[in-house]
Design a protein around this ligand. Structure first.
Ligand code: NAP
Length: 244
């Protein structure tokens, strides 16, 4: 019996047979996470922008696929609806879309700031919103934000703000959905060993710390999903990934 005034804890998730939509699957982290979800027995639909990488991954994982551009959010709902229908519904959604813009806050053009928010905040929110009607109450939502959501970083003003905004959105969804016991997992990696910084919209990166192996972050994300955790973050003091 659940004591009065206490809500059930997170249920975690059985991944074998779960149907997942992975947006940003054309990125290094998103592709690695999609591969690991497939390895765990998930049925996948993948969304991305780069046609060649998208089709290659879909073929490799026997997944259905759809294209979208974060700057053209009108197409997102239709693409998510079609992929969810193809899977007969969804059990989880992952959003691993992102792009940085390097430069002092005041030096970024407003056009660049708009693009940063389109890619890191508005499209991710549109993707999650489009997936919600297809998810059961206890379905899983995984958003890849970044360490900068916890620790806004010099030279990354717009990117920090855009990831903090998506992180706040995920925190609210978690509160709204907690009674059903579903997972809303905010993955906030530190600098990883992908080419992410080379794909920045503008500017040169500041000196970056030693990168963390993105496959370790993928493995910890899978474990966090199974355990129904709410955050996978980087602890500055112990210099280690922590789950909460
Ligand atoms: N690598 C790091 O150091 C690091 C650290 C903290 C957080 N993160 C976050 O981790 C996630 C994955 O990044 P990654 O390391 O895998 O980098 P990545 O390989 O550059 O992947 C970025 C992803 O975002 C997509 N994307 C970018 N602009 C887009 C647009 N206009 N429309 C649609 N999709 C767009 C890319 O799609 P296409 O390839 O199809 O264009 C790709 O799927 C991102 O959310 C990033 O912010 C990365």
């Amino acid at each position: 019996m659940i004591p009065l005034g206490r809500l059930p804890g997170p249920k975690g998730m059985e991944l074998d047979g779960a149907r997942f939509l992975v947006a940003g699957a054309t990125g290094e982290f998103g592709a690695a996470l999609a591969r690991e979800l497939s390895e765990q027995g998930c049925e996948l639909a993948v969304l991305g922008r780069d046609r060649e990488r998208l089709e290659g991954l879909a073929g490799e994982l026997s997944a259905t696929s759809g294209r979208f551009d974060a700057r053209d959010r009108a197409g997102i709902e239709g693409a998510v609806d079609a992929l969810a229908a193809g899977l007969g519904g969804l059990d989880g959604v992952v959003v691993a879309v992102g792009a940085a813009a390097f430069g002092a806050g005041g030096d970024l053009s407003l056009e660049t700031v708009e693009d940063v928010f389109a890619i890191n905040t508005l499209a991710p929110i549109a993707l999650v919103s489009a997936a919600l009607p297809h998810l059961p109450d206890d379905g899983a939502i995984v958003g890849v934000t970044a360490i900068v959501a916890d620790h806004p970083t010099a030279g990354l003003a717009a990117y920090s703000a855009s990831k903090a905004a998506f992180s706040a959105y995920l925190a609210v969804l978690r509160r709204e959905r907690r009674r059903a016991g579903g997972t809303v997992l905010d993955v906030r990696p530190p600098h990883m060993d992908t080419a992410f910084a080379e794909h920045a919209l503008t500017g040169e990166p500041p000196p970056l710390p030693e990168p963390v192996d993105h496959l370790e972050v993928v493995a910890r994300t899978i474990a966090a999903l199974r355990e129904g955790r709410r955050e996978l973050a980087w602890d500055l003091e112990s210099r280690a990934l922590v789950t909460r």
